[in-house]
Write a protein that binds this ligand. Structure first.
Ligand code: ADP
Ligand code: MG
Length: 408
């Protein structure tokens, strides 16, 4: 029997897709700045046009000639190309990223992504596969069944692994009540009238290990495999090239498991055993030192750090709803290699914005100077003005091409 209590459109992913679709209504900081200046600039253009007509006529110049010059000035000095410089590259980049499985929630996020200069990665579910497996049960099946029953309501990848193992052994899972999850630590629930806790095993282990406590006494230790995601070393290397610093690993897991995964992925800066607020604190520490941190995570325990970071990316499949909601972008199919690619794409978009602003400014400057100092024919002024506007627009749309999505 299945009870559906929410529409499919209410899922987190569906809401994020809607956000991305509405991204064209969001404005990048550069665009807001341009628009603020543009308002005053436009008033200035109108005043200058009136002066350019009024003054020479008052001084006895030919009315037709003065009118023509003033009108030409108004056309070529208009900031159409400047206004069109920012949004087409960023929106094209959002569309291209979306086609390649990265949902960037807004133009602001797209502009920010390219500014990051330090990357921190979560381990479980981010660098490692979202579906770990139980490799050994040091204890009996009864303890495993209790652990699985307690883990059943949890969204954590390790929880799903424990449940899968119990089911694979054909164990009956009793009903659990009073479930509570402590992000970064473990879970607790009452099963068959007994208090069951599943939490990080104390001490150093070569792999991820959780201990099962029943009514406060140790009942079992479960070893869980940590498989690096496909493409993780390549993604780490690409992010290191892009930012000039090797990414760091922030994990709630034990130091042994963290060190092993870090070595496989090519990471050197490892911080293990972190609680959610400690992950956020590590991010804030880097931000205080002037870094712009990109945090990549999946869990509820990553949410504070995702919020503290300059930019956050969540894993779409393994990720918890809270992480997906807090992040600025979501990697839908959990492909790590998409992360350096989207950072590189954002940088390309930012470069195009600058290129466009320079192009637009130069055209306006040259045409205005020509009109004021010499004699710029009106048709040529119109052609120059519209031409530069179209050019700037098309320049931004280049990021729509598939070739704009290159690995960094
Ligand atoms: P990471 O930061 O690497 O993603 P987490 O912070 O999610 O890891 O988890 C840190 C540790 O806390 C895990 O290695 C595990 O020992 C323990 N833990 C967290 N949630 C659970 C859970 N639902 N069941 C069992 N152990 C958990
Ligand atoms: Mg995680």
């Amino acid at each position: 029997r299945v009870r559906v209590d929410k529409d499919a459109a209410g899922s987190v992913i569906a809401r994020i897709v809607a956000l991305v679709e509405e991204a064209s209504a969001t404005k990048a900081p550069t665009q807001l700045f341009v628009e603020k200046i543009e308002q005053r600039y436009s008033v200035g253009v109108v005043v200058a046009t009136l002066a350019l007509f009024g003054l020479p006529v008052a001084l006895g110049a030919d009315v037709t000639e003065a009118l023509l010059r003033a009108m030409t000035f108004m056309i070529v000095a208009s900031p159409c190309a400047v206004v069109l410089a920012t949004m087409p590259p960023l929106l094209s980049a959002i569309a291209t990223a979306g086609r390649h499985g990265v949902l960037v929630k807004s133009a602001v996020a797209m502009e920010r992504l390219g500014a990051v200069d330090r990357v921190a990665l979560d381990k479980t579910g981010t660098l490692t596969e979202g579906t770990p497996k139980v490799t050994a049960v040091h204890g009996d099946d009864a303890a495993l069944a209790l652990a699985a029953a307690a883990e059943l309501p949890s969204e954590h990848p390790l929880a799903r692994a424990v449940v899968a193992e119990a089911r694979a052994r054909g164990l009956e899972l009793p009903e659990a009540s009073d479930f509570t999850a402590e992000p970064g630590r473990g879970v607790r629930a009452v099963v068959d009238g007994r208090e069951v806790r599943v939490r990080r095993a104390a001490g150093t282990h070569a792999d991820t290990a959780v201990e099962v406590l029943v009514d406060g006494s140790a009942a079992a230790v479960l070893d869980l495999s940590n498989r690096l995601r496909e493409g993780a070393p390549e993604a780490v290397a690409a992010l290191a090239r892009l930012t000039g610093t090797t990414p760091a690993l922030l994990t709630g897991d034990n130091a042994g498991a963290a060190a092993r995964i870090a070595a496989e992925a090519g990471l050197t800066d490892v911080r293990a055993g972190l609680l959610p607020h400690e992950k956020a604190e590590a991010v804030r520490e880097w931000e205080r030192a002037g870094a712009k941190v990109l945090l990549v995570g999946d869990g509820v325990n990553d949410a504070p750090a995702l919020a503290a970071a300059h930019t956050g990316i969540a894993m779409g499949r393994a990720g918890s709803d809270l992480a997906l909601e807090t992040a600025d972008a979501v990697v839908v199919r959990d492909e790590l290699r998409a992360i350096p690619a989207v950072v590189a794409l954002s940088r390309r978009a930012r470069r195009l914005v600058v290129q466009n602003l320079v192009l637009a400014g130069t055209c306006i400057g040259a045409l205005v100077a020509w009109d004021l100092a010499g004699h710029l024919p009106l048709p040529l002024g119109v052609a120059g003005h519209e031409g530069s506007t179209v050019l700037v627009g098309l320049n931004g749309l280049r990021l729509l091409r598939d070739s704009a999505w290159r690995q960094a």
